[in-house]
Design a protein around this ligand. Structure first.
Ligand code: FE2
Length: 399
């Protein structure tokens, strides 16, 4: 038995107006100060005013949301007692909204109770409707059951990867009006997060035909539309397609898994506080090269990537898997250059000494990450350290 879970997806121009069809009067809006200052909360509240819904705004979410802030939101939500919870923002906001949603319905729960084996959570969603409205095209948080929470533990901010399959929002509203103002750098970094979701999702040990379909289409759309959106951020067609792609990537990895790129990205981010899309995006081509180099004769990573390259029309069907898979690496390098995305860790201002001093901790955090076990090739600690150094220097993986 396997499964494919997803929210109901409303997408395209004026998708925000679908809110009038969602039952309930009182809305608890979870967002952040930046989103509010950019006028996006106003777009949402205007839509709610039009359909006569009431609302309260909790705009205190910070990047990499801390447990304490989420608990504050939980308290405010319980006091307001809404019919609908709306997460308006990037991944941090939507993850916070999902955690608040779960703990609003189960007030005795804390963050540690949001785990896959909590059977009580199977009835989540009976009391309140959860609506996720992403304002970036990257995390796919509106489509997944994962909730990433930062907790200060043993001297570092550890990213807890909480999850429960009932934590998928009821609705994902993908309106490009919220992304058309995204600056190019953020557009690219978040799109590379979605690209990482797609490539890791399609090679993960938990891949399946449904998740494969989502990941494949997301990759195709990102390669086509990202350069257009970078050149012309106001191009609604490009924004719309990138928004759909990030959502598909979310459904892809949400029903499969990410693996060592995200294990490395989360662990790196815990130490150096690099934005998520930037860290997982930089690691992407290095971990794919690592999969392609798997010496195991029964390795399937290379086969998957070789086939993917052919499905995307980048290689001929008669080509062998290794050379076809290698084209993917070249395509990623081209996209990085075209969109001015950093190709190495060196470019984001970290020194080699910083890496050497922290590599044991990063490797230890990788092993603590649930993502690390889903890769078709599992690095040992020496491989993890080499991946870090190669990604720092920009060297092609040769091991
Ligand atoms: Fe991600």
């Amino acid at each position: 038995m396997w499964f494919f879970f997803s929210p109901k997806v409303v997408f395209g121009d004026e998708a925000i107006n679908y809110l009038q069809n969602i039952k309930g009067d009182k809305c608890f809006i979870v967002t952040d100060k930046n989103i509010k200052d950019l006028g996006m909360v106003k777009i949402l509240t205007d839509a709610l005013d039009t359909c006569g819904k009431q609302y309260e705004i909790f705009a205190e979410v910070l990047p990499d949301p801390h447990e304490e802030d989420i608990m504050k939101g939980k308290g405010a939500c319980i006091t307001y007692s809404p019919d609908i919870i709306i997460g308006l923002g990037g991944g941090s906001v939507i993850d916070t909204a999902k955690a608040i949603w779960a703990m609003n319905e189960f007030p005795n729960f804390a963050i540690d109770d949001l785990h896959p084996f909590n059977e009580e959570l199977l009835s989540l969603g009976k009391k309140t409707t959860m609506v996720a409205i992403p304002t970036t095209s990257g995390t796919g948080a509106e489509a997944t059951w994962a909730i990433i929470v930062s907790r200060f533990q043993n001297g570092v901010w550890v990213k807890l990867e909480q999850s429960h399959k009932s934590c998928i929002p009821h609705y994902a509203i993908l309106d490009p009006v919220f992304t058309k103002g995204m600056p190019p750098k953020l557009t690219v970094a978040t799109a590379f997060d979605a690209l990482a979701h797609s490539f890791e999702g399609i090679t993960s040990d938990w891949k399946n035909e449904y998740s494969n379909a989502m990941c494949l289409k997301a990759i195709e759309l990102i390669f086509k539309w990202l350069p257009i959106a970078v050149k012309d951020g106001k191009n609604i067609e490009a924004r719309d397609h990138l928004h759909q792609a990030a959502n598909m990537a979310g459904m892809g990895f949400g029903n499969s898994q990410v693996h060592i790129g995200h294990a490395l990205g989360h662990s790196w981010g815990a130490i150096f506080h690099t934005p998520h899309g930037l860290s997982v995006g930089i690691f992407l081509k290095y971990i794919l090269m690592y999969l392609i180099n798997n010496p195991d004769e029964n390795d399937i990573g290379k086969q998957i990537l070789g086939k993917l390259s052919k499905q995307l029309g980048w290689a001929e069907w008669r080509d062998d898997n290794r050379s076809s898979a290698n084209i993917i690496i070249e395509k990623i390098k081209q996209l990085e250059k075209e969109c001015e995305f950093p190709q190495t860790l060196k470019e984001i201002g970290v020194s080699k000494e910083d890496i050497e001093q922290n590599s044991d901790m990063i490797v230890s955090l990788c092993y603590q990450s649930p993502s690390c076990v889903m890769s078709p090739r599992s690095p040992d600690s020496e491989d993890y350290k080499k991946l870090l150094l190669y990604a720092y220097e920009g060297k092609d993986i040769d091991f």
